[in-house]
Design a protein around this ligand. Structure first.
Ligand code: CA
Length: 234
């Protein structure tokens, strides 16, 4: 999952970017509101962390503009503005959540998982297609009786696929969700990650659609009952 971080404070930005990368997100960081507007038009990100007090354009302006343009990507506002009026305004302008500085980075990560989940149409904390399930809090994947820890990038790959079971993602789409701007991507990087996930969980977990890309199956099993299924197989 690829995150746009909009933050002009270098220390906070560094801390958040490092924490996000450690948690297996691809992160792109911009430092002012005008740059944020420009980047958001590209539609490359699956979530935005938005500071409000920004040079060149206020964060609220950025938020209002993207919502007016029909951009529905989840936005978590991270700001030192802690008045009730500011919070109400942020939420009314279309923020999905609001975190006041200073915040615990683990809380930010938990809130990010929650908004990603809701946008994926799942209220349950596990992502699943009925065959394989993924716990974004621990980065553990389960397929039948097999439970494996995934590397940050294996996790990012499987998460991208599990957010849209049945949809084919191309190599470029997968790369976009796994890597940030400044990261060099080897031409066979995606194949390597897919190989890693299949080796851990079984070859059937990720299907290759020749010439098109990769997908995870969309199975009938009810996503909401995934945790019950987990218990039954134990
Ligand atoms: Ca700021």
């Amino acid at each position: 999952m690829r995150i746009l971080l909009v933050e002009d404070d270098r220390m906070i930005g560094e801390a958040v970017a490092v924490a996000l990368k450690d948690a297996a997100y691809a992160v792109d960081w911009v430092h002012d509101g005008a740059e944020a507007n420009r980047v958001l038009e590209q539609g490359e990100h699956q979530a935005v962390l938005l500071d409000l007090g920004l040079p060149r354009r206020d964060g609220l302006e950025v938020l209002r503009r993207m919502r007016q343009a029909g951009n529905n990507v989840p936005v978590i506002v991270i700001t030192a503005r802690d008045s009730v009026e500011d919070r109400i305004k942020g939420l009314d302008y279309g923020a999905d959540d609001y975190l006041v500085k200073p915040f615990d980075v683990n809380e930010l990560l938990a809130r990010l998982r929650a908004v990603a989940r809701r946008r994926g149409g799942q209220a349950a904390p596990l992502l699943s297609n009925g065959l394989v399930s993924l716990d974004p809090a621990t980065r553990e994947a389960r397929c039948g009786d097999v439970v494996e820890s995934l590397s940050a990038r294996e996790f990012a790959l499987l998460q991208a696929l599990l957010l849209r079971p049945g949809a084919i993602l191309t190599r470029a789409e997968l790369e976009e969700r796994i890597y940030g701007w400044n990261e060099e991507v080897e031409s066979n990087a995606v194949d390597f990650l897919i190989h890693g996930v299949r080796r851990k969980l079984g070859a059937e977990v990720i299907k290759n659609v020749r010439g098109a890309g990769w997908m995870v199956a969309k199975l009938v099993a009810n996503l909401a009952t995934e945790s019950d299924e987990g218990k039954r197989t134990e």
